[in-house]
Write a protein of this length. Structure first.
Length: 320
């Protein structure tokens, strides 16, 4: 009987296969020390987010995991400062490219998409401690604004296509155009077409409806504010068109976007350990890389199960 692979081994293999497909260089320069390469740093930093541990704790744990070390091609775990410096050195744009690269594993040509936003805590302070601080006017300034994450998601496969990180408070509508246009460029490179776009009432603006219809050539499924208001009193040509077909929008596909946020927070944690803004953004990106990697593993397993069921039914029909 074949031994079942452990989840962390599957995760490491999936991240490595994504790096291979994106043709990421192992070394940044020919003068690199070559003790540890870029692939090792990315895999270990992603695993750290999955385990939700500090740099010191993670390096102590990974030093014992000989199977993982053997898989990534090193004899011993790096010092925790090595990972810290590697995280500083890696650019956010590069990590975003790795995160969006998992869409290449999807075989679907037409993609049903959605955009939504959620909040992540920039501190590990307890809720009781923050409520006590809020009572005092002088100590209120110590409370940090939460990290706002806007994501553009493939609803059928539940894979993150593009994202935008900012500090709150900020309206959701600000990030609609940059996130959706970035996602369209990624899908165009992957030779995929956008079927529809779902969004909640926060994104209800005439320019957003126009972008979905004219630029994306997709079905506009953005929810409308004041849907009971008559059409002749509704402003905007594209908003009027959306209101005419609002009765046909029965299925609520947008709820799958909330599922993506729920899985990220449950598996990798809803808090960020870093203090600097740039490092906080990178931590959030590694959370998304881990989520996309685990999601593509599940998609592949489901695909194999479907193939097995189809073959089994075919064999049964042949016997009959």
């Amino acid at each position: 009987m074949k031994k079942k692979e452990k989840k962390y081994i599957k995760l490491v293999k999936q991240i490595i296969s994504c790096l291979k497909r994106l043709r990421v260089r192992k070394y940044s320069s020919r003068f690199s020390k070559k003790t540890f390469n870029n692939w090792v740093h990315i895999v270990l930093l992603a695993l750290r987010q999955r385990m939700d541990k500090s740099y010191r704790e993670f390096c102590d744990i990974i030093d014992v995991c000989t199977e993982i070390l053997k898989l990534i091609g090193i004899n011993k775990a790096p010092h925790f400062t090595t990972l810290q410096k590697a995280a500083k050195r890696l650019r956010a744009n590069f990590l975003e490219k790795v995160m969006s690269g998992f869409i290449l594993f999807s075989m679907a040509i037409y993609v049903r998409t959605s955009i939504d936003a959620t909040g992540l805590q920039p501190t590990r302070a307890s809720a009781h401690y923050t409520t006590v601080l809020k009572r005092n006017k002088k100590s209120r300034s110590k409370i940090k604004n939460y990290i706002k994450l806007s994501t553009y998601v493939d609803l059928d496969k539940q894979i993150i296509i593009s994202q935008k990180i900012r500090r709150s408070p900020a309206h959701d509508n600000k990030d609609f155009k940059p996130v959706v246009r970035k996602g369209k460029r990624i899908l165009d490179k992957a030779k995929k077409k956008i079927k529809s776009l779902d969004a909640d009432k926060a994104y209800d603006a005439e320019e957003n409806h126009e972008l979905v219809v004219e630029e994306l050539n997709a079905e506009d499924r953005i929810r409308l504010k004041n849907k009971d208001k008559p059409i002749h009193r509704t402003k905007g040509r594209y908003r009027k068109k959306a209101k005419r077909r609002i009765k046909r929008l029965r299925a609520n596909y947008r709820s799958k976007n909330e599922t993506v946020f729920s899985v990220i927070k449950r598996t990798s944690g809803s808090t960020v350990r870093s203090v600097k803004v740039s490092m906080q953004n990178k931590e959030v990106l590694f959370k998304e890389i881990v989520y996309n990697a685990e999601r593509t593993i599940k998609i592949f397993i489901e695909f194999l199960k479907e193939v097995y069921r189809a073959q089994k039914t075919k064999d049964l029909n042949n016997i009959k």
